[in-house]
Design a protein around this ligand. Sequence first.
Ligand code: UN1
Length: 497
Amino acid sequence: MQHSDILSRFGLTSSTGAGLTARSPVDGSTLATVAETDAALVPDIVANAARAFEAWRSVPAPRRGELVRLLGEELRAAKEDLGRLVSLEAGKIYQEGLGEVQEMIDICDFAVGLSRQLYGLTIASERPGHAMRETWHPMGPCLVISAFNFPVAVWSWNAALALVCGDPVIWKPSEKTPLTAAACQVIFERAAARFGDAPANLSQVVQGSRAVGEALVAHPGLPLVSATGSTRMGREVAKSVADRFGRTILELGGNNAMIVAPSADLDMALRAILFSAVGTCGQRCTTLRRLIVHKDVAGKLLPRLKSAYASVAIGNPLDDGILMGPLVDADAFKAMQSALEKAKAEGGSVTGGARTLTDRFADAFYVTPAIVEMPGQTEVVRHETFAPILYVMTYETLDEAIALQNAVPQGLSSCIFSTDLRETERFLSASGSDCGIANVNIGPSGAEIGGAFGGEKDTGGGRESGSDAWKAYMRRQTATVNYSSALPLAQGIKFDV
Ligand code: UN1
């Protein structure tokens, strides 16, 4: 299929004006130029969202859920096209492009159910003839900032929840993936047209680089900012939003580890390592970056891992049978090479990690995945490099393994491969993994939408997606109602004249 054909499925053309250049990591070619939103328009965009909020907050939540149900239907209908566009614009393999759209469909289903379950509590009052209750009200327009690696799913986790919670959404996608964002807006508009009476501007996309993002983040009309990306970006967003007492949901860097214990099922561990370290070319926040293997199994596992790595099919992510596509761009390649150099300088022994397929794709950045055996958890290992680099370290006691696992600045995802209940439960206990996600006999990536997604420390502390993450998109109101004919004060205070 031609690039222009896939764009036309969404009514998009290869030029909507000067501004951002959408390049495909697949071959480095230009897919389109996309008009950049002028930062001077930010006040108008926020005002549009405020008007949408005034109408949307009073629509009953189950009716709001109907819009998200239709969005899920439109996503089902567009699954192959959008999956292909994700693959083309972000460089992930088509299977993962489809998986990403499936995540969007799943979160829509979840949010539809939620639209009838935005429950508050009733609370026992200490005063006679009084009732207390908690109500969850819509919060206001929500700003979503997303990264190139999950160019559409992250928006949907936020948008599906925000919309049922009564909040309009303004989306600032990565400047590397403007087309998939434009396509999602088209899909949203299809759903809104079927819904009928949705207010205008419930969903707006702002295309642009830093200046427009900064203007949005600083705007007091956006009470909630949900940002996914680097820890550096998150730190700036957090400060700017805190300065105006806004709320943030931050989903930042990860440096995810797997502990492989002596009792581990090594066949399963091997498959899990491969998917989570090599999948998406190592460019997931949840990518496996550190392998902490017991010294008695390292000798068995590593040779098998190296031969599995050598047989990973690398190539055009849209081709069948390919497991690993390219890095997103030249900067990602440079960052990978400099991390590998640093690892060598810190005593690491590197297998793989070189550029490949340059004859076919001179302007794209395909690499072989790297395994780096480290003498310990040196500085480079503690740093998140968004590339397929797997650092391997050995351990002797579980205490030591858990301490290593936790001794990094990030706290997103983690896992243990073990068939020993004492070990696995210890790993999940209060003195085990310090991450937001902790898995047993499953890799650290590929989380389902039903759980709360996010992590601690430099990962930012936010939670998105399932469980009760919806509460972050609403404001809590405590109401006390006096249905008696007296006016007793709380705490028994006497205050009569
Ligand atoms: C991300 O990399 O930004 O758990 C999100 C996973 C996916 C989401 C990753 N469900 O790998």
